[in-house]
Design a protein around this ligand. Structure first.
Ligand SMILES: Nc1ncnc2c1ncn2[C@@H]1O[C@H](COP(=O)(O)OP(=O)(O)OP(=O)(O)O)[C@@H](O)[C@H]1O
Length: 297
């Protein structure tokens, strides 16, 4: 078991899958990749993802409760039993069918440790993540070391925590110094996030927000989720309470960036493009150019 609470990932054997050549993978490579769980690329079905709210895309998602740090406490604040039950109780499901993912052997060099400061590790444990997945074993040390990274892994392999855990870990202990304004006595403030996560669909935004609510529990970091298809007023209400992690669809982020009294990107330290193969296509060029450009002050 490592200091992280995760067992050390085995250090040999990963990379048995042959690398694809420039001309594309050979049939043998494709067979080998498939046996490792890789599937064909599927174009996102926007109509299905952006359909009217259902059990999968509930309307509460953007206004779901997050831990509210009140400014009087330390980096890791007191527990909230009711919220804890909501975040880590019955509704939450740690990956239950990750066995095939855990079987991979990660050839990762150097320390694979979370920042020892406070809460993230406790939240990882509350989430029930007993082992680190391969994509997490690769991403965590790279992000902790401050490098940019492009990561590709199967669906359901824990990519969200692979970037959220090290990003939150790096921010903890510095939030008070870095963060934007927070609401005082109900006043509305401009959202000045430290982290922006851009996604193509509201369903994905909700999933990431849910994970962020858990991993930010008891920290000073306040996650907010914003996506199209719901009233702008709902986004404004949540952003106006202060925002450290902003998870949003590209279109809605663009709309919000057009309102400089509502949202400023001037404090952003980390930018994540989830489903980057989708987002970095010409379809999204204008939106992504504006988001990556920071949109002025
Ligand atoms: N180390 C871990 N141990 C157990 N469960 C985990 C671990 N990391 C993440 N999970 C859980 O596994 C599930 C899948 O994770 P996640 O949604 O991040 O995968 P993903 O790779 O982003 O998937 P997708 O490509 O569909 O977005 C989630 O329920 C998450 O809570």
């Amino acid at each position: 078991m490592s200091d992280t609470g995760f067992p050390e990932a085995p250090t040999e054997g990963f990379g048995q899958v042959p690398a694809a050549s420039a001309a594309g993978p050979s049939p043998e490579d494709v067979t080998a990749l498939r046996t490792h769980g890789w599937t064909e690329n599927e174009k996102l079905d926007y109509d299905a993802y952006n359909a009217a709210p259902t059990d999968i895309t509930p309307t509460w998602a953007t206004t779901a409760q997050v831990y509210e740090w009140n400014g009087e406490e330390g980096d890791v604040s007191p527990p909230d039993a009711e919220l804890e039950q909501q975040l880590f109780g019955e509704r939450h499901r740690a990956g239950t069918s990750l066995d095939h993912i855990m079987d991979f052997i990660a050839n990762v060099e150097g320390p694979r440790q979370f920042n020892p400061i406070g809460g993230v590790l406790a939240n990882v444990q509350l989430c029930g993540y007993e082992k680190i997945t391969v994509i997490q074993a690769y991403c965590v040390p790279i992000i902790l070391a401050g490098h940019d990274l492009v990561a590709v892994a199967q669906t359901g392999s824990g990519k969200t925590a692979a970037y959220l855990v090290p990003i939150i870990s790096k921010l903890m202990g510095k939030v008070r110094k870095l963060q934007g304004p927070r609401t005082v006595a109900g006043s509305r403030v401009r959202a000045e996030p430290l982290v922006v996560i851009v996604v193509p669909t509201r369903e994905l935004a909700q999933q990431i927000f849910d994970e962020a609510r858990r991993l930010c529990y008891r920290s000073m970091l306040r996650p907010v989720c914003a996506y199209g298809g719901i009233l702008m007023g709902i986004n404004l209400q949540e952003l106006g309470k202060g925002c450290d992690l902003l998870i949003g669809t590209a279109g809605r982020l663009n709309d919000l960036m057009n309102k400089p009294d509502i949202l400023s990107m001037r404090r952003v330290k980390f930018t994540v493009i989830d489903e980057a193969d989708e987002m970095l296509t010409p379809d999204w060029e204008d939106e992504m150019a504006k988001i990556m450009g920071g949109g002025g002050k």
